[in-house]
Design a protein around this ligand. Structure first.
Ligand SMILES: [Zn+2]
Length: 564
């Protein structure tokens, strides 16, 4: 069956409600553990069905946003899901109070219970109003940045659209575009600062109502940080500062020399090579063909997986009118099908969709039979291990996409992962300071950002952009507003992925076996245990980054820059 033939079924609100009520009743009235477990399985089947239809309608809406039916269905699910969440919460309490609860624990992975406990600790009906206000503020932020209409060289650009000009090969164009971009933020500084201030105060208020001193522990609960805390993260940030920042300074210095500039300016950072960044040499059809060959050669299991994706039309990669922006990977449990959505644009991004998003898809495909459904996907920081590691495991095939640009690709991709770490950590550290001191004024928050930025990104040169010199960069980082404390996850996963890269350098034959092992594991374990199962070092451990950076350093030392 092709994706377009996957049957969609409208789930009536009354039907969904009665199904959940029936399950809850069966759980409550079970006269034996077997009957209880049977009801628990029914609950899982129902959850999978809701998830499948919700994701199917969302995919069909995003691939054709002017399709009236699926747009309506997608809106319908946005309304329905909060109700479903209520039914599920109520059922969770029933399970917890059941005489069969202890017996159930023997048959279901502990992480399932841990996640539910976190959910219960992070919620109380007394914070519903704050949660609604938080959503409203998030929409306000999104609407404000989406409303940006910047005139540049006689044309109108969104903030997103202007990025192309900010990476223009002409340095003067880049400079003017960068200044125009930040000017928009400067003009909206007070508005953005006020939205954020309200968010910080709301979140702090929620935390206090739930009995916490400040928002940080609540943020960790909401992010499902199941087995590490803010002290672990603080220790990790310190390692990034000590081990990665000096290495990155060297990379930026090499970049400056390669470009032949006196100083690397804010508008030069994305430019790695004067004659252009590496690009794949083929169209979408040919790239998918090459990806199929690549995955067959990598491993029989990845081969089987990618054949499945191609045969069932589970890749929507072209950019065309009516298609939503962005990219994602999702999963439809009842069809046992991942789905990859992207907008190819002719840059190295296209190859990364076929590696990174395919890594996510391969993981969900590998763990699709996990029970219950909550254990198919992992929590955020673990999920990115699968995707980021796949970017490295497919390195040996990158020539078939980039051809003569392949060395440029390796050089900038590997360096890019190291350059990202201090930035990701800075975003986390800033939020830590903000929520530890919620009374800070807007000006104090700006100054805090700049102070930390100078530590983690000392190469930054803002002489010509006073707004950034005052500490305004964070205002463009969506996660800081929308998903507090979600960001360090990418860096934690990256450090794990880099360890796989290191093992590949040493031709460790077990590396890919370990990778497959954690893909199958899916969300059955929390982060630390997943990392340990993969025979990798947990990023919080002393010395974890030192070894990795040493290995990357060696690679750069041995690299012949004349091949770029
Ligand atoms: Zn990802």
């Amino acid at each position: 069956m092709k994706f377009k033939e996957y049957p969609y079924e409208h789930l009536d609100e009354k039907f969904v409600e009665s199904e959940y009520q029936n399950v809850e009743k069966a759980l409550k009235e079970a006269k034996s553990y077997d009957a209880f477990y049977k009801a628990f399985q029914d609950l899982d089947a129902l959850n999978r069905k809701v998830e499948t239809m919700s994701n199917l309608s969302s995919v069909r809406h995003t691939i054709q946003t002017n399709d009236a039916y699926y747009t309506q269905e997608n809106d319908y699910f946005n309304e329905l899901i909060p109700h479903v969440q209520n039914y599920r919460d109520s059922i969770t309490k029933t399970i917890w109070n059941s005489p069969y609860f202890e017996e159930l624990k023997k048959h279901v992975p502990p992480v399932y219970f841990l996640k539910k406990e976190f959910g219960m600790k992070a919620f109380d009906p007394s914070i519903i109003e704050e949660l609604q206000q938080e959503n409203k503020l998030a929409s306000e932020y999104q609407a404000l940045v989406a409303s940006a209409d910047i005139e540049f060289d006689g044309k109108h650009y969104s903030l997103e659209g202007l990025q192309v000009k900010m990476q223009d090969e002409d340095r003067e164009t880049r400079k003017r575009a960068t200044k125009a971009y930040w000017q928009w933020f400067e003009e909206h500084e007070q508005e953005l600062g006020a939205i954020y201030d309200k968010m910080v105060k709301l979140r702090t208020q929620m935390a206090k109502k739930l009995g916490f001193d400040n928002y940080i522990p609540l943020g960790y609960l909401r992010m499902e940080r199941l087995d590490y805390d803010q002290n672990d993260v603080a220790n990790y940030r310190k390692q990034v500062l000590e081990d990665v920042v000096p290495f990155d300074n060297m990379l930026y210095e090499k970049q400056r020399q390669r470009l032949g500039y006196d100083q690397l300016q804010a508008w030069d950072e994305k430019i790695e090579f004067l004659d252009g960044n590496p690009t794949p040499k083929y169209d979408r059809e040919e790239m998918v063909k090459r990806a199929l060959k690549m995955y067959r050669e990598l491993d029989p299991e990845t081969g089987k997986f990618f054949e499945f994706m191609v045969e069932h039309d589970l890749l929507d990669l072209d950019s065309y009118p009516g298609k939503a922006a962005g990219g994602y990977c999702t999963f439809m449990p009842d069809f046992e099908s991942p789905f990859i959505f992207a907008n190819f644009n002719g840059t190295s991004h296209d190859a990364e969709v076929l590696t990174h998003e395919a890594g996510h898809a391969f993981q969900s495909y590998s763990s699709k039979e996990n029970f219950p459904f909550e254990c198919v996907w992992t929590t955020m920081e673990s999920a990115e291990i699968h995707s980021m590691s796949m970017e490295f495991f497919t390195y040996p095939w990158m020539k078939s996409f980039f051809e003569d640009d392949v060395n440029k690709y390796y050089y900038s991709h590997l360096g890019g992962t190291l350059k990202f770490l201090p930035y990701g950590v800075l975003v986390d550290h800033f939020q830590y300071e903000v929520y530890a001191h919620p009374e800070m004024s807007h000006e104090e928050r700006m100054a805090t950002w700049r102070r930390l930025e100078k530590q983690y990104l000392p190469h930054k040169n803002y002489e010509e952009i006073p707004f950034l010199e005052r500490g305004g960069w964070w205002m463009r980082q969506l996660h800081i507003f929308m998903d507090p404390f979600y960001y360090i996850d990418y860096t934690l996963a990256q450090v794990c992925a880099l360890q796989f890269w290191t093992r590949m350098q040493k031709e460790d034959p077990k590396a890919f076996e370990d990778y497959k092992k954690i893909c199958k594991l899916g969300g059955k374990l929390p982060f630390r245990q997943i990392v340990e199962t993969a025979n990798l070092k947990v990023p919080f451990e002393e010395g974890c980054l030192k070894d990795t950076v040493k290995e990357v350093e060696k690679w750069y030392e041995n690299f012949d820059e004349s091949t770029l």
